[in-house]
Design a protein around this ligand. Structure first.
Ligand SMILES: [Zn+2]
Length: 230
């Protein structure tokens, strides 16, 4: 009773509107009303194997399973939510989007053998500028409902110095912002890891980071993201 009074009071002071339609009929910890949430385009990949995201990595990266929660398209509501997370310092949005994926994971046993979540590391310069890694926040959101630990210190991102960057040499990872390196494999050896990203488009970062992780003895890899671009 007191809690709900307080919640209503806070709602009056800090109006909290749906990011989709502007309606103010939503819970304090939500960014979408029930109607807009329902309209987010679910992929159905989390419950279904052999999906387009898994096919994207065939022959590129040996994965156990892969899935994204929602389709990501230009000018969509999901693009707006991801932009809030990446460019508007809306860190709670990362937790919220992670929870939405977490609830989908709870509804299936397809990913149950996963031992831990690893966020795709951000280029350290970019993380310093943004103040956080959005994939880490998504991991925290997923983990809050789908109880799996997060391991953030196993893999890091290396920034090439000017002299190492040779623009005219064709590099497989041209569109990857820095390469990845294993920092500490002690906590991930022999484990089934889910690599977590915000949106998967070309899959280049996942392929680059995942191929480093797969060098670790006995490691099995799956991939999860909030959004997927067809
Ligand atoms: Zn709405």
């Amino acid at each position: 009773m007191l809690k709900s009074l307080l919640s209503n009071f806070l709602h009056l002071i800090y109006p909290h509107n749906c990011e989709g339609c502007g309606s103010d009929t939503l819970n304090n910890d939500s960014f979408l009303c029930a109607k807009c949430l329902y309209q987010l385009p679910k992929t159905g990949f989390i419950a279904a194997g052999n999906n387009p995201l898994e096919k994207k990595f065939y022959g590129r990266l040996k994965l156990e399973n892969a899935a994204a929660g929602f389709y990501f398209t230009k000018d969509s509501l999901l693009q707006h939510l991801i932009a809030q997370l990446k460019y508007k310092n809306n860190q709670d949005m990362g937790l919220y989007l992670g929870k939405l994926v977490g609830y989908q994971l709870l509804a299936t046993d397809r990913f149950d053998s996963i031992d831990a979540l690893i966020p795709v590391p951000l280029n350290p310069k970019k993380e310093h500028k943004r103040g956080y890694n959005q994939s880490q926040l998504i991991c925290e959101g997923i983990s809050s409902v789908w109880k799996k630990p997060i391991i953030s210190d196993a893999v890091t991102r290396i920034i090439y110095t000017e002299t190492q960057t040779t623009k005219n040499i064709s590099n497989r990872w041209d569109n990857v912002d820095g390469a990845f390196a294993i920092a500490d494999d002690s906590s991930v050896k022999g484990k089934h890891i889910a690599l977590i990203d915000d949106v998967i488009t070309t899959g280049a970062s996942i392929e680059s980071c995942g191929s480093e992780l797969l060098k670790i003895e006995g490691l099995k890899l799956s991939v999860l993201s909030v959004g997927f671009t067809l």
